[in-house]
Design a protein around this ligand. Sequence first.
Ligand code: GLA
Length: 708
Amino acid sequence: MTRPHSILSTSTPGGVPVLHYGADYNPEQWPDEILAEDIALMREAGVTMVSVAIFAWAELEPRDGEFTFERLDTVIEALHEAGIAVDLATATASPPAWLGLAYPETLPVTREGVRLGHGSRQHICPSSPVFRRYSARLASRLAERYGTHPAVRLWHVSNEYGNHVARCYCETSAAAFRDWLRERYATIEELNEAWGTAFWSQRYDSFDEVGVPAATPSFPNPGQEADFSRFSSDELLACYLAEKEAIREHSNVPITTNFMADFPPVNYREWARHVDVVTDDSYPEPVSQLAAREAAYVSDLMRSLGDGRPFYLMEQTTSAVQWRERNSRKRPGVFTLQSLQRVAHGADAIMQFQWRQSVRGAETFHSAMVSHSGRESTIWPEVVGLGHDLAALSDVVGSRVHADVALLMDWDSRFHRASAIGPGPDRGDAALRAWHGTAFERGYPVDVVFPDSDLRGYRVIIVPELFALSADLAAALTDAAHAGTQVIVTAPTGVLDDTGRAIEGGYASMLSDLLGIRVLEHRLPAGARPREVDPRVDTISAHIHPAGATDEVGIEVVPGSALDRTLERIAHPKPAPRGSLWAEELALEDDVEVLATFSDDDLAGWPALTYRPCGAGGGTYAATDLDAAGRAALLRLAEARARLCPPELPGGVESVRRGEFTFLLNHGERAAELSGQVGLNVLTGTRVTGHLVLPPRSAAVLREEEDA
Ligand code: GLA
């Protein structure tokens, strides 16, 4: 039964909007007495919501069918009395020992055939009907008991689906995979065609012969791999949906599960249709210079998964994690600053892992809102300060971020790319992140768009490494250009069609109306290698020079071209862009402008960067992986053609507009002076009339004033 529900109901009773602040709260790790102290501290910190019972299955159902909810009753009541909302978990991410002992088939099997055991977490075969039955039963019992409790404002199904175990290779999974394939392909001939099983005698006579892509002597079949990726994402989704359905029988409260940025194994675009609010867990490396960029990327992605709706940051950390080799702390101010940055990019909740730092177990040294040293910790004042800041920002809730620049992402293409024995390495999301970073550094919030998104209205769309491309998406990109969008496409794109078949007659040819290019061959530089020969004695080999002795690909910008002029405007002396990894042989149509050529080895003189006007817009192609200067130059060129004008800001400062609020975020290590800023700084209550100084690692949030 589906009942109407609204994300607004996660706000406090009476519909007052709340920008939620809180954490995973795991009282099962603590004696009962700590509850009162925790609640007092939560009130001091301005906590408005906590995620409860995420790993509590063993406490809630200590033996098969015996439920012990009394402690959870007490916790939920106490939180409710304190005015703290509950994001109630279904507790199914870590099954109790008895389940695996009674039903070993609920435990997952690795590609090598090893069955994983109890003693960590997520030891789950997603296809196991027994697991689905038991997890749905627990979800149902929880929903029956708490589904209408006024404290419960959100349901948190399981936790980080696919983290640790994204695929299972057991017999149950194999049978489920065969059923999934029967749905996808009407006949075994269709499957044989899609997987190209004429190759290496891989042909199947019936679906019964097909298995999971378990350990094989050599390369597995790429079609089988890509389908197994899709199947595995679908099986995890089916687990989520089984619990969601069980909850909906008893509760109208919004339901979600937490995502992990652009986690490759799970097609979040597909999943986003099934969550009432998109939520994310995000842990940028604190000592990286790119942490703010990373926070912007994942936040833009989360907002975009829900087509612009606000998302919840479900987990981050106040300071250090415990799972890197070196676990550095966040510098003072960074926890607050990056939390406000998430709000700027569309977050309506800032939640942490976790409330109170554990004293035993694998996460003992993971930071928390309340650390081992309690209120004396240097984190505590920042925790309290952020609570005040978020309370001051409650009017931001629900408002939208407008983006002129979009970045195209497609999980299905990623599945193909990861499965293909490709011409070069699969670098995962590296190109997406790099291009997002280019837009971020230039001051643009970015919408991530997907093959099913509405592409109309964007001034610039960047398409990095879209390895497998459907005819429909190619047509949509071309239409967008005709309507005025500047489209930037980078190698390798359109190498396969969306069924995984290699394109003949020139890769990317489905975009030839937009780009006017076809890719005849891929070439990769040999990459830096250790010296292999001694010229004093290796008298033959020492005279042989493989092309491209480093990872770099030389590029020569055409003098006087639009690109050349753009580079001149970027810096003095003018940057000389370099490529790497890819170098492609391009065939061009007559009206294509060459912006730069390759300068090294056999490809010297071949086009490397091209532009073609297309309707009211245009298409730029990069036949190599450009460095930061090259990407920045192409974006600026597109920006000028699209008549976009990013804000002029001091170094280190990011400005994001969300609804009627302007977030000014100084990520830098120096105070930043801004001029021309007008509005009420809602964090301090002071009026800004032009000049504004932002101390290092700090933010201001200006609200437009009616009479301003
Ligand atoms: C994930 C999990 C949490 C916790 C944190 C630690 O995000 O969901 O339970 O393990 O990592 O960083």
